[in-house]
Write a protein that binds this ligand. Sequence first.
Ligand SMILES: *Cc1c(COP(=O)(O)O)cnc(C)c1O
Length: 346
Amino acid sequence: MKTFDIESIIRVNVRKLAPYSTARDEAGESFEIYLDANENPYNNLYNRYPDPSQKMLKKQISALKGVPVEQIFVGNGSDEPIDLLYRVFCSPGRDNVVAIAPTYGMYKVAAGVNDIEYREVLLNSDFSLNVEEILNAVDSYTRLLFICSPNNPTGNRFVTNDILSILEAFNGIVVVDEAYIDFSEGDSLATYLPEYGNLIVLKTLSKAFGLAGLRVGLAFSNEQIIGYLNKVKYPYNVNVESQRLAVDFLKKGVVAQVKEIKRERERVILSMKRCISVLKVWPSEANFILAKFEDPVGVYNELLKQGIVVRNRSSVPLCEGCLRITIGTPAENDRVLEFLESYNNC
Ligand SMILES: *Cc1c(COP(=O)(O)O)cnc(C)c1O
């Protein structure tokens, strides 16, 4: 059990901030006639503002994930909570954050937007966490520490004990981004929320749930941190349609699709290992694979000519020569494999 003085690292202006109060927040729920928000009265499905506290959606998420509603933040993609965390915890031009490298690019972009120093600590060559170096990078102005697990673009999940020892040693917020957790066999770090007052777990409906176009991202943490995220968000950050459809899709579930994607992932890995143009394929706990090529740019450009776009990560540290390839439908994966098998006459 780690108690943590959240207030002491909240940005002063945010601590004092009085959030925008929507008309409906003040009046309560369910009235017959709504003349409070200057909406158009004629129902076209979208004439009303969305629920600023996303109650239906949070109820559904809470039931599914076993996390209380007060510990759930819903954002416009998980990119929103990533940016909000900077605004809540980091003072521009003074504070810093630490993140692993290579990892998801948005942590760094959000640091730049918010004028926060971004410190990168390389993973070990086997893509494991270098706990010692991560903790060495921390100083008294480090507010956030980003760990993406399973990690993008390396595809591996980190050892839980390594993350726990960082949570234990670091006197700031540890953000564990679990965008790909549903493709892995591992348990969510969310089970540790009651034990660590400095833990935030990010999830998204963009990957396993297949709803990237709806822009729904989630943050799980304690009530106090979630309260601050809610305080600084735009009141109507998730639109009516996204809230409604997300509830529908969450009810339906995606277990079969995820299973199929995982099965395809293993098939693609096995097939790629047989191609001589492929130098290495890493195991993956996500819906993409990272593979090293003798001629990554050649492969990338040839794939483009075939109408197939993958992610070129060949200039990223520790990913030299690598392409990141998302697992598609079986037919799409076949197209990639057929090409790779013919490339270099494998
Ligand atoms: C794709 C991805 C996300 C998802 O971002 P959204 O804004 O929710 O679509 C978050 N984190 C990582 C590491 C990702 O790869």
